[in-house]
Write a protein that binds this ligand. Structure first.
Ligand code: THU
Length: 136
């Protein structure tokens, strides 16, 4: 599965985005090390703070299905479903990804099949707080 495939799957996931309050639609696709993929979209709520981002929807779905090892995520998004810029994962999603993913986990954000940026999770969340700090 290459990054263009991931981009197109993330766009598909974005179609199911439920975002009546922000009208900012997001789709994500998470690639597991075993090749399985899990899609997610943002799911908003009238009680705004309970909104779930697309990245966390995808991750929680994967974990629910027994996945533990992850290779990459691709995220797309835009106002009214129009992808005009890179949809960078929010801080909360970076932290949640860091619970399960290694420093070199890849984060793709794309505007088109030919315009996809790649980051490492450790560069998006440097000096992170993680389970290693909690000891045994
Ligand atoms: N959103 C995501 O789905 N992922 C992010 O990383 C950033 C924000 C969603 C949440 C909300 O539904 C909308 O985008 C506007 O914040």
């Amino acid at each position: 599965m290459n990054k263009k495939d991931l981009f197109n799957l993330a766009k598909e996931a974005m179609k199911n985005s439920y975002a009546p309050y922000s009208n900012y639609n997001v789709g994500a696709v998470l690639l597991c090390e075993n090749g399985n993929i899990y899609k997610g979209c943002n799911v908003e709520n009238a009680s705004y703070s309970t909104t779930n981002c697309a990245e966390r929807t995808a991750l929680f779905s994967a974990v629910t299905n027994g996945e533990k090892d992850f290779e990459a995520i691709c995220v797309v998004g835009g106002k009214n479903g129009e992808i005009t810029d890179y949809a960078m994962p929010c801080g909360v999603c970076r932290q949640v990804l860091a619970e399960f993913c290694d420093a070199d986990f890849k984060v793709y954000v794309g505007v088109s099949e030919d315009d996809i940026k790649e980051y490492k999770l450790c560069d998006l969340l440097p000096y992170s707080f993680d389970k290693s700090k909690l000891g045994d």
